[in-house]
Write a protein that binds this ligand. Structure first.
Ligand SMILES: Cc1cc2nc3c(=O)[nH]c(=O)nc-3n(C[C@H](O)[C@H](O)[C@H](O)COP(=O)(O)OP(=O)(O)OC[C@H]3O[C@@H](n4cnc5c(N)ncnc54)[C@H](O)[C@@H]3O)c2cc1C
Length: 399
């Protein structure tokens, strides 16, 4: 049996190692990723302010995978032919009995004019380093800053984290008094996060905004970003010497180049609660690749759900278990809708943090709590160290 996994970060890495670990010689597992190294994306928020270097948050994949018996191929997958069970890549074709697609997102910088040219982004290594350069230039010429998320964005949490880190950085640089800091978001209220909030979340976020003297605007989108201005969809124009926006995520080209997969309009894949493709039994999706429609009432400006690390890892495990069961001839599948996965996240608030925990990501929930820690971001740092340790050793079975 041949299993091919495309994408080897959170979801794909977990799925590949778990399948090989449990099926051993019964299966040949190949993981394809365009990058040689694993990247701990959540810590990218610390790269622009020099709290982390890229080398601190990358782990070479190949030795870990090879030690676990998974074949690693560094190449770009270009097209999937699910009828012939073939993946076309820049390094040739790969046939499979089961295919796991865990390719994460492509960033839609074209959501509004000027976002691509004038706004920084912090979610890729290159862009995080560009943001660092821009902050260095900004230090010499401080002025207003706009940070936020565009219409259709879903990863608002990371933008909030960057906002509070920048606020702390401005104080560390002794230029905070020279800077008007603005937060703009399509969320209908502060702390919605694309999951319809958490108990006390809105008041906690309002408290942070007041404490740090941050101006904020909810329920707005971006009309245009210019070199020194951000025009909002409600017509207001904010001056800005440094702009960072979280654009929406869409599916990667591999998926849109494979029309047989019948992706949702946003390029992500609709799957069954077992994370199996609705039409092709041998195709599975995990992590950010899964299409998750927003379960809440939209305001005037639409936005999406966040697809964070914990559910990405969890769906990687569910897919692994279901592939294993299918190979063993079983038909009973593990099923867990995205919104029923527990919510577990730590939001950094600039050497402070908020721990977010709930029994379900989406409402209805029977348990949900947001715990602030105003002394230090120990939890966030511990989580980073734990993940990097887990990755270096390939302990995909751990939570
Ligand atoms: C700035 C930022 C901060 C975040 N902070 C947090 C946080 O604090 N907590 C949290 O839980 N989540 C956070 N997230 C979300 C988290 O990073 C994602 O949930 C997680 O990365 C999703 O994992 P994934 O495996 O589905 O996709 P990804 O991590 O995006 O991995 C996809 C992999 O697929 C590969 N790939 C893509 N296309 C191809 C192709 N055609 N051929 C070959 N390989 C390909 C890529 O190289 C990549 O390795 C953050 C995200 C961002 C952007």
């Amino acid at each position: 049996m041949k299993v091919v996994v495309i994408g080897g970060n959170f979801a794909g890495f977990t799925a590949a190692i778990q399948i090989k670990r449990k099926l051993k010689e019964q299966v040949e597992v190949t993981l394809i990723d365009r990058n040689e190294n694993f990247l701990f994306i959540p810590s990218l928020i610390w790269v622009p302010t020099k709290r982390r270097e890229l080398k601190d948050i990358t782990v070479p994949r190949r030795p870990v995978l090879e030690k676990r018996g998974v074949k690693f191929v560094q190449t770009v997958a270009e097209k999937i032919d699910p009828d012939k069970k073939l993946v076309h890549t820049q390094a040739g074709d790969f046939s499979y009995d089961h295919l796991v697609i865990a390719t994460g997102p492509k960033v839609n910088y074209d959501i509004a004019p000027g976002v691509r040219e004038h706004a920084c982004y912090i979610g890729t290594p290159d862009k995080a380093m560009q943001a660092r350069e821009k902050l260095e230039a900004f230090k010499k010429n401080p002025g207003p800053i706009v940070i936020g998320a565009t219409q259709m964005a879903g990863c608002m949490g990371a933008a909030y984290e960057f906002l509070f880190n920048i606020e702390k950085w401005l104080r560390d640089q002794h230029i905070r008094k020279k800077v008007d800091l603005y937060w703009v978001t399509p969320e209908t209220y502060l702390g919605h996060f694309g999951i319809d909030g958490m108990p006390l979340g809105e008041s906690m976020l309002k408290g942070f905004m007041n404490m740090f003297h941050i101006h904020y605007k909810t329920g707005v989108g971006i009309k245009e970003v210019r070199e020194h201005e951000v025009e909002l969809t409600d017509g207001e124009v904010l001056p800005s010497n440094f702009t960072m926006l979280m654009p929406p995520f869409v599916g990667v080209d591999l998926i849109t180049n494979s029309p047989e997969l019948e992706a949702a309009p946003n390029g992500f894949l609709d799957v069954l609660p077992s994370y199996r493709h609705k039409k092709y039994d041998s195709v599975w999706a995990a992590g950010l690749t899964v299409n998750v429609p927003a379960p809440f009432t939209q305001g005037a400006v639409p936005f999406s759900v966040p697809k964070t690390g914990y559910p990405s890892d969890e769906t990687g495990k569910i897919v692994a278990e279901n592939v294993i069961r299918t190979i063993k001839g079983r038909t009973d599948m593990v099923e867990k809708k995205w919104g029923e996965i527990p919510g577990l996240c730590i939001m950094d608030a600039g050497k402070k943090e908020v721990i977010i925990f709930s029994n379900h990501l989406f409402k209805p929930r029977t348990f949900a709590i947001m715990l602030p820690n105003v002394f230090y971001d120990f939890g966030k740092v511990m989580l980073e160290k734990y993940f990097l340790w887990k990755l270096r050793h390939g302990y995909a079975q751990l939570p």
